[in-house]
Design a protein around this ligand. Sequence first.
Ligand code: GDD
Ligand code: MG
Length: 361
Amino acid sequence: MKAVILAGGEATRLRPLTCNTPKIMVPVLNRPFLEHVIGYLKQHGIGEVILAVGGVPAQVESYFGEGSELGVHIAYSTEDSPLGTAGAVKNAEALLDDSFLVFNGDIFTDLDLTAMMRQHRQSKVMATLALTPVDDPTVYGVVETDSRGMVTRFVEKPSPDKVTTNMINAGIYILQPDILHHIPPDAFCMFERDVFPTLLESGTTIFSYPAHGYWIDIGTPEKYLRLQHDLLRNPRERDVEFEGEGYVHASARIEGPVVIGKGCSIGRGCTIQGPAVLGAGCRIEEDALIEGAVLWQDCRIRKETRLKNCLVASRCDIGDASEVLDGCILGDDVLIGNNNKLCKGIRIWPGKAIEPGAISF
Ligand code: GDD
Ligand code: MG
């Protein structure tokens, strides 16, 4: 089965991380998010991927190419202007002949795709939608079903008073090629608001595949950080993992789960407290503390600085005795002068420089 991965859209909610980096390229445990998705699809026997994007970002092209290094084949399907989730699939029609999978490109899950594919084949319906329970359905598409699991209603982003179930559209569909006849060519069209509701109105059967395992949409910084904490805490052999050579001073204390990219240096008296991720080439200077944070590549964290539960993109430089705390997000190349205290979700745009002592509680 082929998979269409939907990866257009602006990723505004993930800014400033996505100012220079497409959502599918944001690193998760130091590997682009898309690599995790492709690995998951491969585990379920899917080796043909169609990436539906606006244009092909240079970073995607140079990292993934045609997919041979990952043992899959990647085709790119591009849009001159955003066509929406269904329009993007229609746009790739020439590449689709048999039943196919559609996968929202910001989902990380352990849902049993193999079982879902089996159910789809046996039921002979035009569409099977994966559902997952969430705490707050108002930011997703709510899907109501009957006692046999047939979809009865689709309500995208319902207001709180319209929420009738906590089962939502997990952003994973298995579809028959016939569905393409219900999508107009070269026009903006959404599965969630247009195609599925219209099919239901005309009496077409849409089946559900309720899943109860791990599922997360990394569309917000908070969930992007949570995914990495969850993966790090997931029981496995890795405790403190070094991805390559580096330097750790004998007095530094590293407590897992932690992933440390190649070429990092960790100075005297530092504490790295997991769950945490250091991208390649990070330099952590004396007596710094890093706890619960995710750093991208080549960051410099200077003396006595404390980073807690924050996200720091590539090449940031954070001055002595500073603090970057809960939910703060720094874009690429941010310079923070000495003695700054950033807390409560402050976001700093790429390339900005903050004078010493300019921000305090
Ligand atoms: N190619 C292409 N073109 N892809 C698009 C376009 C487009 O015009 N618009 C959105 N996408 C991609 C996004 O990159 C993302 O991977 C996916 O389609 C879903 O878009 P989001 O913007 O992330 O939507 P959402 O998270 O608010 O809601 C969707 O996902 C939820 C599950 O996470 C809906 O499908 C909801 O019903 C669903 O519950
Ligand atoms: Mg999303």
